[in-house]
Design a protein around this ligand. Structure first.
Ligand SMILES: Nc1nc2c(ncn2[C@@H]2O[C@H](COP(=O)(O)OP(=O)(O)OP(=O)(O)O)[C@@H](O)[C@H]2O)c(=O)[nH]1
Ligand SMILES: [Mg+2]
Length: 192
């Protein structure tokens, strides 16, 4: 299917709006991704970080949610960012309710990225078994990691999931748009 992101002033939202959620570990770029592609000012809830993983790269972390809007074809996507800190997992569960698809962002610079991905696959397992999802691996450029895309791919398959895995820099608008468009296509394809 030929899909393109349409600038805000050109769209005609004739299709049913869809809800998309970004989940994933602390610092993987959920807030950055939502902010970079949203066509409206993002509503968010950043606060001083407390968990060690959050403090690794930055001083603030999401404690509630982020909300933005983007259009793909004539469809309005409500995009939500969730908190990565484990103590806010209950919040992520609430935000994911009613979503049509999920983007799982994983920071490749984490010391154990496969353990991190495992956590999110398990936590969101029931959702992932039923809905389209894409795994986006971030921070390839700023660490000398040994974990390659193929390793994530094999790990995910080994654990019974079939989501595509893509490399993405959450700071790059066109890369995040590509991720969202791919997810949108998966949703449309699956829903016929
Ligand atoms: N070098 C590099 N930096 C990135 C990349 N993706 C995101 N970042 C940066 O990494 C940081 C990610 O921070 P956030 O967007 O707050 O991460 P988050 O996933 O929302 O984190 P929590 O809300 O704490 O769970 C930001 O400083 C981004 O600019 C990448 O691929 N490479
Ligand atoms: Mg955040």
């Amino acid at each position: 299917m030929n899909t393109k992101l349409i600038p805000n002033n050109e769209h005609d939202s004739t299709n049913k709006p869809l809800k998309i959620v970004f989940v994933g570990n602390v610092g993987s770029g959920k807030t950055t991704a939502v902010s970079i592609i949203s066509e409206v000012p993002v509503i968010g809830s950043e606060a001083k970080a407390t968990e060690h993983d959050a403090l690794h790269r930055k001083l603030t972390t999401t404690v509630g949610l982020e909300y933005g809007v983007v259009h793909v074809d004539n469809t309005k996507l409500h995009i939500y960012g969730t908190p990565g800190q484990r103590r806010f997992d209950f919040m992520a569960s609430i935000i994911c309710k009613g979503a049509a698809g999920m983007i799982v962002l994983i920071d490749n610079g984490h010391s154990q990225p496969l353990t991190e991905i495992d956590y999110f696959l398990q936590f969101h397992g029931p959702f992932l078994k039923k809905h389209p999802a894409i795994i986006g691996i971030t921070h390839y450029d700023d660490n000398d990691t040994e974990t390659y895309l193929i390793e994530y791919h094999s790990y995910i398959r080994k654990n019974g999931f079939s989501c595509p895995v893509m490399r993405v820099d959450a700071r790059e608008k066109n890369q995040v748009q590509k991720l969202v468009t791919r997810l949108y296509n998966e949703i449309i394809h699956r829903n016929g």
